[in-house]
Design a protein around this ligand. Structure first.
Ligand SMILES: Nc1ncnc2c1ncn2[C@@H]1O[C@H](COP(=O)(O)OP(=O)(O)OP(=O)(O)O)[C@@H](O)[C@H]1O
Length: 306
């Protein structure tokens, strides 16, 4: 069996009284492209930093490429590409200087590939880094993270400042990156359409826990919204196995489930003498259901009509 590219066991991380990560068990295999999603302040950056050894776990284990994240060897570090949310760069260097400087740290640096990406992404070589726009700096940070041919890419909201064209180019370079079968990506994002385009797997953080982890297709195929219309008022403790969210309104309920199947529909219909309508959800809706941030008026209990 291969060593997981990234792994946590019962990982917790506290900041003062705030327990941001509360017992995360996650195992990402080589070759997986994992989109990490969760609401603002869900702990995505904290998880990425713990995995990279930039933050120490309060308790539990964190491993990267088989090594303890807090004691990574130089050779493991050389196999990682990382783009942080604030992509720290040296403002007084030119773009070319920044590339040469970063390249000097890596034996495996590929100047030709860096130059190609720089041209494709229209980054002026002689411009000072401090004079670049936010989007241009983000592009440079991504190019620097790819320049040494890493096999593990960790990207914390890598496209937040990119225009749609640059985002497309960026996603294309990630697709190229994953042509090497064992290359792994963990990226946090709020843009579900990007996630849909490149992720093989999805990890959802909620309340400091890993609410869901698995293949993107399984998530999309299994997650459904049920409109339950019973003949009489449903009990206040009305529950459905595997429900992610449940809203009750008299004889009606709006329930989202992670793993829908016909047997479940039939058992609800029979047990509650109810008509059960099953609705498909797109990835953004699934995200809203999982993170408990659904605000869609059409779905509010008041609108559940018989
Ligand atoms: N160094 C720190 N000191 C104190 N609190 C911190 C620190 N770093 C993160 N936190 C807290 O941990 C929580 C999670 O932050 P984190 O940046 O991991 O969230 P996130 O999911 O990446 O959010 P976003 O989507 O907004 O980027 C927040 O409440 C944040 O204030």
């Amino acid at each position: 069996m291969s060593v997981p590219a990234l792994q946590t066991e019962l990982l917790t991380r506290r900041f003062g009284d705030e327990e941001v990560l509360r017992g995360i068990d996650l195992s990402i295999e080589p070759g997986q492209v994992v989109g990490l999603i969760g609401t603002n302040a869900a702990g995505k950056t904290t998880l990425i930093k713990c995995l990279l050894g930039l933050l120490k776990a309060t308790s539990g284990a964190c491993r990267l490429l088989g090594e303890d994240s807090w004691n990574l060897s130089a050779s493991a570090k050389a196999r990682i590409g990382y783009v942080s949310q604030d992509f720290e760069l040296l403002p007084w260097m030119t773009v070319q200087g920044m590339c040469d400087y970063t390249g000097a740290f890596y034996e495996s640096w590929r100047p030709a590939q860096v130059e190609r990406l720089r041209d494709e992404w229209q980054l002026p070589s002689d411009k000072l880094v401090g004079a670049l726009s936010v989007g241009q700096r983000q592009k440079l940070a991504v190019i620097l993270a790819l320049g040494h041919q890493p096999e593990l890419l960790m990207l914390d909201e890598p496209v937040a400042s990119l225009d749609p064209f640059a985002r497309r180019q960026f996603l294309q370079s990630l697709v190229q990156f994953t042509e090497a079968e064992q290359n792994t990506i963990l990226f946090s994002t709020h843009i579900t359409s990007d996630l849909e385009r490149i992720a093989s797997h999805v990890a959802i953080l909620r309340d400091g826990k890993l609410a869901w982890f698995g293949p993107l297709d399984t998530l999309k195929e299994g997650c459904k919204r049920l409109r339950v219309h019973a003949q009489q008022a449903l009990p206040l403790d009305f529950q459905i196995p595997g429900a992610i969210r449940c809203e009750l309104h008299g004889a009606h309920a709006l329930v989202s489930v992670a793993q829908m199947d016909e047997e479940l529909r039939e058992s609800i219909a029979e047990k509650w003498r109810a008509d059960v309508q099953v609705e498909d959800l797109n990835l953004e809706e699934i995200f809203l259901e999982w993170t408990g941030s659904r605000q869609d008026q059409a779905s509010s209990p008041e609108k559940v009509s018989s």
